[in-house]
Every structure is written in structure tokens, then in C-alpha cells.
Design a protein around this ligand. Structure first.
Ligand code: GLY
Length: 349
């Protein structure tokens, strides 16, 4: 059943209402070392909850951390009527969702994302998971949170690059919506944000994802539109990691959006002015992820092995124009190399 999604900067009261309605036998709260220090003290309703803390960082989105969380749930004598509150970024909501979905065959959980990236993407849509054997989100289940509480009041303390990481997923949602929506985000004043005002932009963006997920919750087809920018984005992210110079997920997605907009222009006549507007924004606000043609074989290898690929073909979601996505486009290596050449030109590298 799809989650109730509440947009509010009064997180404590919304959480109190939810707990009052659900009447759990016990409340467990999953935090990482950052949200334990900076966010948990802001929520008095969780004062009496059983706190489970995991180390911060994507490298802890692992089977060992999941085992630790299951053990803590057991030690807290949590029954099937307990409630888990996942308070953190994507690692916490993904791993906490999986822990809750599997403990005693499943207990209810509430996601309270504290980063823009988690609010826009990870916390909504029912995907839970951990990384395994070197592969991202390799183990997981679809399971909806009973409620997702989305607020912008935690974003003021995010590092700029963390904020921009989430903003890339907002750009993706805007491209899936309309030319005007993309223009609006590309013109947004990001440096001096009014966070209360920003919550309405977050709501618009999250609702784009919710509408798509409602049509195809288990990703049998249409949900793949959400992969826009991610075939190239994941390859760039993996390349940067392999080089020992990791980039944020959103930085890679932003550069992936530019490259896949180039492919969209080549294959489906995606309008050139939108492509150039996007590329200028990404170049100025994110900067290029540097690649040369010597990196192409590695990038192509990553793309052939991407989870989205069916028969080893490179598969992308492309756009005829903003708001008109087309899923399951097979891209030849030659076209991808041309698109990467144009990406480098557009980004000035
Ligand atoms: N992150 C894309 C999805 O939830 O399907």
C-alpha cells in the first residue's frame, strides 16, 4: 500500500500524530552518527524511543550493519507491533526499511529523510536495500513506509555539495514534467534559500515521483522513466570511485542528465535550447566530471553491466522533449561515444 506522504516543517507534531494513530507496542528509531547528534535532539517525541545507531556513510549500507540492526531490534524485545522510525539520509531509509520489512516478516516503518537526496528519491517509492558484494542496492525488497514525513528544516545544515546532489534528482523530475518546470529549477536562487518556501518545490518534485511509482510500483516498465540520467550517471560515479576520487551521486546524475539529453537530441530531436540551458547550469553549478576518450572503454563496460541493462545492451531512458520520456532505448557504443564527446565539449573539458 502506498505511503502517506506528509510535507511539513513541524516534524515533531506530525510524528506524534502518526505514533498516536498507529499505537505501536514500542518505537525504535534508526539514526546514523550524524542524525543522532544533530537531528534526534530536535524531536522530543522520540525521547523515549529505543535508539539504534549505525555509522554514517554509504560504505555502511551493508549486510554487517543490517545484522547489527536486526540484533538491536531483538535485544529491544521488539514485537511485530513495534514501529521503526528511519531518521536520516538514503542509507538510513534504505537499510532501515529493509530491516523493518524483514524483521519478524515485517513491521511498519516511517521514513523521516533528513537530506534533500533522500527526501526527493530514496525515502519515497517503496525501494529498500543494501549494497552487497560490490554492487549497489543488490539485496532489497519493495516495501512501502506507512508514512513519509518530508520537511526542509534539516537542509540548512547540509553541505552545499550534498544539497546539490539532491537538486540533481529534482532536475530529473523537472525534465520528466515540462519545459517550464525545468526552466523554473534552472532559474532558482539556490545560494540564499528560504527553506519554508523551498518545501513547496520539494513537494512538487516528490509528487512527480509518486505519480510515476503509482503507475508501476514494482518497476515492470514505466517506473524506468526515473532512470533518466542514471545509465551515464552511474557509470561516471563508478569511474570516479574506481579512480579514488568519488563524486556525489547527484553530481554524477547531473552530468548523466546532460549526456542523456545529448542522446535524446540525437535520437529523438530533444530541443537544443533545453539541452544547452541544462548543460550551462550543470557546468556552472556542479562542474564537469573530467573524462577523456581513454575513459570510454571503462565507462562503456560499466554501462553494459548496469542493472538496467537487459541483454548486455546499453539501455537509457530518453526524452522527446521535457515531459515526454521514452523508456528502453538501446544505445550503440558509437552513439554513446559521440554523446560523451559532446558532453566534454559542453562542459568545456
Ligand atoms: N530511484 C528511482 C526509483 O525509485 O525508481
Amino acid at each position: 500500500m502506498a505511503s502517506v506522504v506528509t510535507f511539513s516543517n513541524n516534524v515533531n507534531d506530525v510524528l506524534a500524530d502518526a505514533i498516536h494513530t498507529l499505537r505501536p507496542s514500542k518505537v525504535l528509531v534508526l539514526v546514523d552518527s550524524n542524525t543522532s547528534r544533530c537531528v534526534l535532539p530536535l524531536l522530543p517525541i522520540l525521547e523515549s524511543a529505543h535508539v539504534i545507531t549505525i555509522p554514517a556513510g554509504e560504505q555502511h549500507k551493508s549486510i554487517d550493519t543490517l545484522t547489527h540492526v536486526w540484533k538491536q531490534m531483538q535485544q529491544a524485545d521488539a514485537t511485530r507491533h513495534a514501529l521503526m522510525v528511519n531518521l536520516g539520509g538514503g542509507t538510513v531509509t534504505d537499510l532501515g526499511g529493509l530491516a523493518a520489512a524483514t524483521y519478524k516478516r515485517g513491521i511498519p516503518f516511517i521514513n523521516v529523510p533528513t537530506t534533500l537526496l533522500a527526501a526527493i528519491d530514496a525515502a519515497v517509492g517503496g525501494k529498500t536495500g543494501i549494497n552487497f558484494n560490490g554492487l549497489k542496492n543488490e539485496i532489497g525488497v519493495f516495501c512501502d513506509a506507512v508514512q513519509v514525513i518530508i520537511s526542509s528544516c534539516f537542509f540548512g545544515t547540509l553541505q552545499r555539495e550534498e544539497l546539490m546532489s539532491g537538486y540533481a534528482e529534482m532536475l530529473k523530475h523537472a525534465m520528466l514534467t515540462s519545459h517550464d518546470e525545468l526552466d523554473r529549477l534552472l532559474g532558482q536562487q539556490i545560494d540564499d534559500m528560504d527553506w519554508d518556501d523551498f518545501l513547496s518545490h520539494v513537494e512538487t518534485s516528490v509528487n512527480v515521483k509518486r505519480d510515476i511509482v503509482a503507475k508501476d510500483p514494482l518497476e515492470n516498465g514505466w517506473r524506468r522513466v526515473l532512470n533518466l540520467g542514471h545509465t551515464v550517471g552511474h557509470a561516471l560515479e563508478s569511474l570516479a570511485l574506481q579512480r579514488g576520487t568519488p563524486v556525489t551521486h547527484g553530481h554524477a546524475v547531473a552530468c548523466g542528465l546532460v549526456t542523456e539529453a545529448v542522446l535524446s537530441h540525437m535520437a529523438l530531436q530533444f530541443p537544443s535550447p533545453d539541452l544547452h540551458h541544462l548543460a550551462t547550469f550543470v557546468r556552472n553549478r556542479y562542474g564537469a566530471i573530467h573524462i577523456t576518450c581513454n575513459d570510454y572503454p571503462t565507462l562503456l563496460q560499466f554501462m553494459h553491466h548496469d542493472k538496467k541493462s537487459r541483454d548486455g545492451e546499453i539501455n537509457c531512458t530518453l526524452l522527446r522533449q521535457c515531459g515526454e520520456p521514452v523508456i528502453d532505448n538501446n544505445i550503440s557504443e558509437a552513439d554513446m561515444q559521440t554523446a560523451l564527446d559532446i558532453y566534454r565539449d559542453l562542459m568545456g573539458i
